[in-house]
Design a protein. Sequence first.
Length: 181
Amino acid sequence: MKCYQAKTGELTRQWFTIDAEGQVVGRLAAQIAPILMGKHRPTYTPHIDTGDYVIVTNVEKVVFSGNKWREKTYQRYSGYPGGQREEAAWKLLERRPERILELAIQRMMPKSKLGRHMMDKLKLYVGPNHPHQAQTPAPLEAYSGRPAPSGALIAPAPVEKKKAAPQAQADAPAADAAPAE
């Protein structure tokens, strides 16, 4: 039995749109990157670009958890001696708001020509409008919410077991006993 290998010409690309308003950067990037790579399809082939197009709107309204707006820094290098620049996340948001989400997704993609080709299918826009209405993108719901402080998603509350009556009687004699000296 042979495994299916996708061919470049036989794939039909879909378009998805995601609203990034109020979404945590890393969680949103972790949802978008597999779609760009094509890992959501049963026909995923590692050496072929099987991914779909993703349109992200309201990228200026993404959030970081913790103090990352002040503490996280981004580096860039011009190629000249002394040309390395470092910039805080909040300054990068003011200068180029789409770059924060773009870098988060780019760092989750393959580091090759194929990965750079996959990144071309990512469309980031400041504001709620985009010029790709003709492609009729399907709305994609972003994973919502933040994790609980314990690190897990919200779990049902534990059910307390009812205590048996003999235990209450066992506590009473212990209280009446005189302390040993």
